[in-house]
Write a protein that binds this ligand. Structure first.
Ligand SMILES: NC(=O)c1ccc[n+]([C@@H]2O[C@H](COP(=O)([O-])OP(=O)(O)OC[C@H]3O[C@@H](n4cnc5c(N)ncnc54)[C@H](O)[C@@H]3O)[C@@H](O)[C@H]2O)c1
Length: 318
């Protein structure tokens, strides 16, 4: 393998929220970064300068194979996904095609170059309502929506390919990720949605009357975990182990904004969990990774970064 290909890293979904931060970090460390994204939910402007961008659908195996064989990556971060629970319900076939078939395509292409893959799965949509809190990785998944089922199936392929090829592919089950660049227009991403409402002076709906809990994790901690997992076979919760209710998140953001907007309390939406929090002990033990950003600081910094983004896009709408 040439020295150039040794430092070439492929990031699928690199025009998305988390993938763009992964690409940033890899570039900062001097890697050559190749980004693949079909821009279905991602944005071209999120792809960092200096990376090599290819608009491509991972479901298209022939096109993906040509590119990967040309690029010859030494590592792959696979974040491209149909990431909406709602879309997975309305179009489960597309959800399956991208999250299962697309993942299989990425695995096969990476395996040809003996490049370890890190696959981003979900914790929140996988463990279900009956799981102990905090939930360890060996809890049998019980997804409530097709999105959780397709991520679980993707995980199975990652593990099977790793066992069969001896290449240490990893599965990272992420908590509720927040941070700069998260879109306020999705169904999830409560930090960005709340910040956008506060910025606009609008009252958001707070489902479950503010009581549902989640394991909120800053995107910089997720990036560090994914990088630590690269080259280690296994399944890892990437979470804080801290349970926070949604009203506490609202309160910190509202205080950061100085706004007096009041939220509208609403019942829990169908299919949403009451509680979600994951045990991150395995990642600490096996990867030496633990979350570093305390929630209050992370929320305040994210609030300020998002407000700057919203103001900039208002000044120059795209
Ligand atoms: N944000 C979270 O809290 C969270 C939690 C658990 C797991 N995840 C997982 O982390 C990964 C990144 O999530 P995100 O929040 O950045 O979502 P995102 O939607 O911002 O990013 C996903 C990216 O994949 C791209 N994509 C979708 N289908 C594609 C296809 N067929 N071919 C190529 N590119 C395609 C999208 O355009 C987008 O840029 C996803 O795999 C998601 O399932 C996210």
């Amino acid at each position: 393998m040439s020295s150039q290909s040794h430092n070439t890293v492929l990031v699928t979904g690199g025009a998305g929220f988390i993938g763009s931060h992964v690409a940033d970090a890899l570039l900062a460390d001097g890697n050559r970064v190749v980004v693949i994204d079909d821009l279905s939910s991602g944005e071209r402007r999120r792809v960092p300068d200096g990376s090599d961008f290819h608009q491509l659908d991972i479901v298209d195996r022939a096109e993906l194979d040509v590119l990967v064989d040309e690029v010859m990556p030494s590592a792959v971060f696979h974040l491209a996904a149909q990431s909406s629970v709602t879309v997975s319900v309305t179009d489960p076939a597309r959800d399956c095609a991208v999250n299962v078939g697309g993942t299989l395509n990425v695995l096969q292409a990476a395996t040809r170059h003996r490049a370890p893959v890190v696959f981003t799965s979900t914790g929140g949509a996988l463990y279900g309502n009956e799981a102990p809190i905090p939930t360890p990785e060996d809890r049998l998944p019980a997804p409530l929506a097709p999105y959780g089922a397709s991520k679980w199936a993707g995980e199975a392929y990652v593990k099977t390919w790793s066992a069969a090829s001896g290449i240490p592919h990893a599965v990272c089950r992420l908590g509720n990720v927040y941070g700069p660049r998260q879109s306020p227009h999705g169904e999830a991403g409560v930090v960005s949605i709340f910040t956008h409402h506060l910025f606009s002076g609008l009252s958001p709906k707070v489902f479950g009357h503010g009581k549902p809990t989640r394991d909120y994790i800053h995107v910089s901690d997720v990036v560090a975990a994914l990088r630590a997992a690269s080259g280690t076979a296994g399944t890892f919760n990437v979470a804080t182990g801290v349970e926070t209710d949604v009203m506490a998140v609202w309160s910190i953001l509202a205080e950061a904004s100085g706004s007096s907007v009041e939220p509208e309390l609403a019942p829990l939406r169908k299919g949403e969990l009451q509680r979600s929090c994951m045990d991150p002990a395995r990642a600490l033990r096996e990867l030496g990774w633990s979350a570093q950003v305390p929630l209050e600081r992370g929320l305040r910094e994210t609030h300020d970064a998002l407000v700057a983004e919203f103001a900039a896009s208002q000044a120059s709408p795209v």
